[in-house]
Design a protein around this ligand. Structure first.
Ligand code: ZN
Length: 320
């Protein structure tokens, strides 16, 4: 039986809106001048995380998912693709305004297994930073007219953000992360994005990025439905756990550790992202130091573990 947390090394993505904050904040060894994303839980082909420790070292998360189903308690399930993807994003400039399809549209039109519902935990935000979440069009005609006439300020709903904020972005929601924000994103494992508006930006060659307005309008929820969830707080020993969301695809918690807690695994497996502080995790007799920037999976074979220290975590799992 495998009795260790599975530590993963991130995969980095170059983005025109990226920067250097993933290095400054998390000490990541980023390869690009404009690194936009660290994929910290990814089992996508060619972009899968590599295991850092133990007998599974140097294997990919994809390999584990496909060949070590006991780690995920996958036996009776037919998930052929690891269902979630977790990223840390450094929005050094505005991200394009975009929308993602749901599972049905993704399967029928794009021939991929999942659409994309996502959620964001705000790690850092400049004082004046904001996001776009939703739109003001009341019907399809209004959406058509406002996109055609470029009335973006009138169409798009903006929101100021602060560190610690959490946002749920179901498929069909028009959204964009604004300049000066770092977020941890938990999403369905899909990358189907329809770009609605890109601030008329051009690249080094004077070219604009492609827009996908027709598909975007087909998948957008009209009128916008806002989704907010009350945080449910639970305190056990040295751990304060807020449930940020429990929906169809994922359940997400924010944990504050101040002292010691023994935690029993209540999901098939856990995805753990350390976002602040230092601590240690103990499984049976073995103890592992953990710190801000570490990302690991608690496999199904670890039924209980102890955390000791002062740290914050975003913890997630598939909703069963
Ligand atoms: Zn998105």
């Amino acid at each position: 039986m495998y009795k260790e947390p599975i530590f993963l090394s991130p995969v980095y993505q170059k983005r025109i809106w990226g920067g250097q904050n993933l290095k400054k904040e998390f000490g990541y060894d980023i390869p690009f001048e404009q690194t936009g994303e660290a994929w910290v839980m990814s089992a996508l082909e060619n972009e899968s995380n590599i295991v850092k420790n133990g007998p599974l070292a140097n294997k990919t998360l994809l390999d584990l998912w496909e060949n070590h189903s006991e780690l995920f308690n996958k036996n009776n399930k037919n998930d052929s693709v690891y269902p979630l993807l977790v990223k840390i994003l450094d929005a050094n400039a505005n991200l394009s305004v975009q929308v993602h399809p749901d599972d049905t549209y993704a399967r029928e039109i794009e021939k991929v297994p999942y659409g994309k519902t996502e959620c964001w935990y705000v790690l850092n935000a400049r004082e004046d930073a904001s996001i776009i979440l939703g739109h003001h069009a009341q019907n399809r005609e209004e959406l058509d007219r406002m996109t055609k006439d470029g009335e973006w300020d009138k169409l798009l709903q903006t929101k100021k953000v602060n560190p610690g904020d959490f946002f749920y972005v179901p498929s069909g929601t028009i959204h964009a992360i604004g300049e000066g924000i770092m977020i941890l994103e938990i999403q369905q494992s899909s990358d189907i994005t329809y770009r609605v508006y890109d601030y008329d930006r051009t690249d080094d060659n004077g070219a604009k990025r492609e827009l996908h307005l027709e598909k975007a309008k087909e998948v957008t929820t009209i009128p916008h439905k806002s989704s907010e969830f009350p945080r449910i707080r639970e305190c056990v020993e040295g751990l304060t756990s807020d449930t940020l969301i429990k929906e169809k695809y994922f359940t997400v918690y924010h944990w504050i550790l101040d002292g010691t807690v023994t935690h029993k695994l209540s999901a098939d497996f856990l995805q753990v992202n350390v976002i602040k502080g230092e601590a240690s995790i103990k499984v049976e007799d073995q103890s592992f130091a953990i710190q801000k920037g570490d990302n690991f999976i608690i496999p199904h074979s670890v039924q209980s573990f102890q955390l000791v220290g002062n740290a914050e975590f975003v913890v997630s799992h598939i909703t069963e």
